[in-house]
Write a protein that binds this ligand. Structure first.
Ligand SMILES: [Zn+2]
Length: 225
């Protein structure tokens, strides 16, 4: 085990400050020069591990205004927990000393829209691998759909709030990561690591925190908003 160099709170504060600079058009573009590149040749010490959707608009080092060696990142469509994702986050926590895992969802997510479509009466044709990858999002579609609709079990994209589905799936992703990893759960239990789930708003560029597990004080938005 590599001990974290900072507390989860310190990691979150620095991470959130980077996003704030980006939101305000005041990015400092730190850690992107030749010196930083040279400094990192033999080691990396990212304090934050990020697991997010692959969406091209979520370029992590840009939207969190950081640079080389700052974020350990794993992404896939719809941020769906898989063994390779769990392993990557575990590696960050155990070998690299990351103190914070950020799960990054976003609004207007194509994977969430596709999961809603796959939950509809007449799903679109897609490949088996896409279908399997989207399957873990479908319980969140169903949860929201059946809360408000009792006439049919099939979701209708025109009658469901896709961003609200995305937030339910974000919370489910955080839970699933903890369920899948004893190592991460134990680190959170000890208070050396925290997980924060954020939904990124494409228009303003802000990563809004909706869920936290572990020792980070922050203002959470309501999952119902
Ligand atoms: Zn997405």
């Amino acid at each position: 085990m590599t001990a974290p160099r900072v507390t989860p709170q310190q990691a979150w504060d620095a991470f959130a400050a980077g996003n704030e600079r980006f939101v305000n058009g005041a990015s400092a573009h730190p850690n992107q020069d030749v010196e930083r590149r040279s400094e990192l040749v033999n080691s990396q010490t990212p304090d934050v591990a990020l697991f997010g959707c692959s969406d091209s608009r979520l370029a992590a080092e840009i939207i969190f205004d950081c640079g080389l060696g700052d974020l350990f990142i794993a992404r896939n469509m719809g941020h769906v927990v898989a063994e390779s994702i769990t392993a990557s986050m575990e590696y960050a926590v155990t070998a690299l000393g990351s103190a914070l895992i950020v799960v990054l969802a976003h609004d207007s997510c194509g994977a969430v829209a596709a999961a809603i479509d796959q939950s509809s009466r007449a799903p679109s044709e897609t490949t088996a691998s896409v279908r399997h990858t989207l399957a873990p999002i479908q319980p969140s579609v169903q949860q929201l759909w059946l809360r408000d609709n009792t006439d049919t079990p099939y979701a209708d994209a025109a009658r469901i709030d896709a961003n609200a589905v995305g937030r339910l799936h974000l919370a489910a992703t955080v839970n699933e990561l903890l369920r899948a990893s004893r190592v991460i759960s134990d680190a959170v239990d000890r208070g050396t690591v925290a997980i924060v789930g954020c939904q990124y708003r494409l228009t303003e560029g802000r990563a809004v925190p909706y869920t936290v597990v572990g020792p980070v004080e922050l203002e959470l938005a309501s999952l119902d908003d």
